[in-house]
Design a protein around this ligand. Structure first.
Ligand SMILES: [Zn+2]
Length: 444
């Protein structure tokens, strides 16, 4: 006689990455989740149920795919209304579009509306963990954390630090900026057993004084499990400017290293124009590079040295870098990651790994998320490629490599059916039409 357990079973085609070259694949699969949102077991449907008994609740997805949620390790909440504004490279683009947009976050009403829009969009795109920059404004960051907390998102986030070379209304008092960062960290870091985590966030070397960089490093080392996120070697004009501003430093990475900002949990967005010795230093320190291919195409910044970084064992995560990346969808980012490497074939399974488990490793959370494994948290998405009209109806009958290929090359938000963090649904496509209409009316 079969017993009934108290778990929830999700039945579908379970695909979960193991490494660059392999993944688990259960065509009639089962993801079994407990009350706390932890994965009790994963595997073949009949085998899992034979072992644990009949589940109290069952979600049937047929041949739809159940896979780990996407991990987007570089994105700017405060730029969400600026997507698609092109026409200049990094420094000109910041001045023309981005700084004026960030100034508006001094207004609470604006900060509230855009934070709500942002986290709703992340969930709709199937992103279950993101590493987020807000503006310099403490209150706006607090509002963003509150929204993520209530909505159930998993987020690494911090207020941006800038105390020089920024417009007057975005330039902070150094000491005050550090105090505010510490107050936000004290309030939000490790909220809900680590669902929210704090990142000390100097924008990039040119907009911080020595004092601000050192202060950020002190706080980063003071709070266990906190992060440091910034930009590194994105654009040649930027690199020349950094050289001028920090003449005593060997190279761009050395600016951060000499101020104490490299180490485990340090996330360096872009990391494009790096020497071998800089990559070695990132690896030795345990830092991660966040590859943002869509953004790099959009701002014509250059090509991430993927093969060199991978060969040297550098931790690599993917980032949409909205708004320099025009879309939040990690499907698009995976595709661009393949396209930017003009002489390298990246298999869809490798791109899936980069968008999930590799990202979890980059932020040292792979014991909790990034793949669907017993003991990890149930952060997953349900995906149906046939929801895009150009995809043939029989794709779900084919093997996993073919399904992944259709996701990578034609995937977008329309393929995401449901999004779960810790076993809690944070997005369901069928309930979202009204929400989508709301989102359109936010304005910039
Ligand atoms: Zn960025």
């Amino acid at each position: 006689m079969s017993k009934v357990n108290e778990f929830t079973a999700y039945r579908g085609h379970v695909i979960s990455p193991r490494d660059f070259n392999s993944y688990d694949d259960f065509v009639d699969g089962c993801l079994l989740v407990d009350h706390d949102g932890k994965i009790v077991d994963v595997g073949d449907w009949t085998e899992v149920l034979a072992k644990h008994g009949k589940a109290a609740k069952v979600h049937e997805y047929g041949k739809r795919v159940i896979m780990p949620g996407f991990i987007d390790l570089h994105i700017h909440l405060v730029q969400i209304a600026q997507t698609g504004r092109s026409g200049d490279t990094l420094l000109g683009w910041l001045n023309k579009y981005i700084f004026p947009a960030e100034v508006k976050f001094a207004r609470m009403e604006h900060a509230t509306k855009l934070a709500d829009w942002f986290f709703r969009e992340l969930a709709r795109n199937g992103t279950t963990l993101s590493s987020v920059f807000t503006s310099i404004h403490k209150n706006a960051a607090d509002i963003a954390f509150t929204n993520a907390a209530e909505r159930g998102c998993r987020v690494i986030m911090g207020k941006t630090l800038m105390d020089r070379n920024a417009p007057d209304n975005l330039s902070e008092d150094s000491e005050r900026s550090l105090e505010e960062s510490e107050e936000l960290c004290a309030k939000w870091h490790n909220y809900d057993n680590g669902r929210l985590l704090y990142a000390f966030t100097p924008r990039f070397a040119p907009t911080s004084t020595k004092r601000q960089l050192e202060g950020a490093a002190e706080l980063f080392h003071k709070y266990p499990g906190s992060y440091m996120q910034t930009h590194l070697s994105e654009n040649s004009d930027e690199i020349a400017w950094v050289k001028e501003l920090f003449p005593g430093c060997k190279n761009y990475l050395d600016v951060y290293a000499s101020h104490g900002l490299i180490g485990k949990n340090s996330l360096f967005a872009h990391s494009i124009h790096l020497s071998d010795s800089e990559i070695d230093r990132l690896v030795e320190s345990g830092s991660a590079a966040i590859h943002c291919p869509s953004s790099n195409l959009f701002l014509k910044s250059g090509v991430f040295p993927y093969l060199r970084a991978k060969t040297k064992g550098l931790k690599i995560g993917l980032g949409s870098d909205v708004a320099a990346g025009p879309e939040m969808s990690l499907f698009k980012v995976m595709k661009d990651a393949a396209y930017v490497q003009s002489e390298l074939w990246l298999a869809p399974r490798e791109l899936l790994y980069l968008a999930t488990l590799s990202g979890a490793k980059a932020v040292n959370l792979d014991d909790q998320v990034g793949s669907l494994e017993k003991g990890k948290e149930a952060d997953f998405i349900v995906v149906d490629p046939t929801l895009k009209s150009s995809v043939p109806r029989d794709i779900l009958e084919q093997d996993a490599d073919e399904i992944l290929s259709s996701m990578v090359y034609v995937g977008d938000d329309r393929m995401v059916v449901e999004t779960y963090v810790r076993g809690r649904a944070i997005y369901k496509a069928e309930e979202s039409n009204e929400r989508k209409r709301d989102a359109l009316n936010v304005g910039s």
